[in-house]
Design a binder for this molecule. Sequence first.
Ligand code: HEM
Length: 535
Amino acid sequence: MGTRLYLQLGKESHCLELKTSTMASTSAALLLVAVALLVVHVSRQLFKQHKLNLPPGPTPLPIIGSLHLLGTHPHQSLAGLAQKYGPVMSIQLGQKTYVVATSPEVAQEFLKVQDANFSSRPQLRSIELIVPQDIVFHDITPVTSHLRKVLVSELTSAKRLEASKYIRTEELAHMLRSISKETGPIQVKTFFYRMSTNILTRMILNKRFLCQGRGDDHNAASEMQEFMEIIEEAGSCMGAVHLKDVFNFIPKWLDPQGLDTRFRKLKARMDKFYMNMINQHREERRKNPISEEQKIFLDVMLEQLDNSKYEITEELIKGTIWNTLFGGTDTTMVTEEWAMAEVLRCPSVMKEARSELDRVVGSNRTVQESDIPDLKYIQAIVKETMRLHSIAPLLAPHQSIYATKAFGFDIPAKTRLFVNWWGIGRDPQVWENPLEFVPERFLDGAPHAQTEFHGQHFELIPFGSGRRQCTGWSFAALTVHFQLANFLHAFEWSLPNGLSPDMLDMAEGIGMTMPMQTPLVAIAKPRLAPHLYEG
Ligand code: HEM
C-alpha cells in the first residue's frame, strides 16, 4: 500500500508517493516532509533577513541558528563573539533574531535613546504558564505602570524604607546571634539568604519564614518549606531553555521536554500558597484592624483591587507580589556572597574595609543604615562586586516594538535585545585591569570616582537603565551595603582547612542569578563587644 502526500512549497504543489507499506517508513516520510517544510520556512526567513543590513554576527546554521555557540554561560560566549563581531552584533538563536549590545555606547543607544521601542519583553513559555500577568515580564501598560509606581512608593521609597528600618535592625540582631553561636565553618550565603528573605517577607507579607518553625509550630515549618521550594523551583524553571521559545514550529500541545507540565504544576503550587497567605492575612486584619501607618505591602496591593481608575485583576496582584519575592531574595544574597568571597580573597581589601569600619563605627556598636554614606570604601567594594559579578549578566531580555535603525544597521520589529552588561563590566577598553578586584578605582581622585550604578552611567548598569530599570534598586542597594558592612564589622573571617585566599574557587555557577559555582564556606569569630551578639 502506498501513501501519497501533497506538499505546497511556494506556489508549486508537489506530490510525494511513498511506496512502502510499513508504518516506520510512513513516519520517516512524514519526518522528511516536516524537515523539508522547515528548511523552506527557515530559508525564507533567512532570505528576508539577508535583504536587511543587520549588525554583523556569526553565520547561522539551518534550523538551530547559532544556538550551538552559546555554551553553558551564554554571557561569556557572547562576550567572546563580540570581540570578533563588535559591540553591536546580531545573532540568530533558533528562529529568533537577537541583537547584542556590548559597550556603554551601544547599551545607551538601546536603553536610553531608543528606550521606548526596546521596552517590550519577549513572550516566553515559562512566563505564559507561571506568571501570566505581572510587571516584570510583560509589556508596559497604564495598569502595570501604575503598579510599578505603587511598588516604588509603598516598598522601596525613602519614606517606606525608613518605616521598615526596625525590621532590618531586628533581623540583623538575629543574624549576629546565630552566626556567633557557630563554632565551625559556615556556608556564608545561608545567613545572607535568611536575613534578606526574612526582611523582604516581613515587609511584603508580614511573615518571617526562615528560622521559624522550630519547636512545635508545625504550620510555620511547612509554610517555610513550601516557600523555599517554590522559590527554588521557580529559579530552575525560569532558567530552563524551552524549545518553544526559539522554534516557532513546535505546536502548543506538544511538550517534548516535559517543561509545560512542570510549569503548570509550579503555578498551581504558587496559587495555593498565595491564597493561603491572603486568607490568613484577611482573617488577621479582620480580627486586628490596623492604622494607615501599619500597613504592609500586601495590604496596599489588595486595596488596588478596588481601584476604580484601573482594572486590576487578582492575577496581576499575585504576579506583582511574586515579582518582588523572586526579584528580591536571591539577587541580594548572591551579590553579597560574591562580595564576601572577593574580600576574603584580597587581604589588603579586608584590611582597608576593617580600618574604615573601625574608624566610622567603632567596636561598641553594629553598623547602622545611617553610617552607609560615610562608608566610602564599603560602597566601592559593592560597586566593584557588581561590576565583576553581575547577577543578571544579560539584564532581562528586551524586545523591539517596531522596526528601527541603530548605528546604520536595520533592526526588525520584535528583535530581542541582550545587553551584555557582564561583557561591559570586563571590557579592557572601559576598565583598567578589568579582571582584578580593585575597589580603589571608585574612590576620590580615581578614574571612576563619579561612576554610579543607578542607570545613568552605562559602564556600570547592574540594575539596567531606562523604563525597565530594576524597581527595587534602592532597597537592594541598602540591603547589600547594610548586610555586607555588618558581616565584615562583626566577625573575624578566615578560610577553613588551611585554604589560602588565592585558592578560593571563583567560578561562575549556573542559575537564574549567576551564583558562585562552589558556595563560599568560612569561619566567623566575633570581634565586637559581647553584648552585641545577644539580640
Ligand atoms: C542586588 C540586587 C538586585 C539586582 C542586581 C537587580 C537587577 C535587576 C535587573 C538587571 C533587572 C532587569 C532590568 C532590565 O530589564 O533591563 C531588574 C528588574 C526588576 N527588579 Fe531587580 N535587582 C535586584 C533586586 C531587586 C529587589 C530587591 C526588588 C524588589 C523588591 C527588585 C525588583 C525588580 C523588578 C520589579 C524588576 C522589573 C522592572 C521592569 O521590568 O519594569 N529587584 N532587576
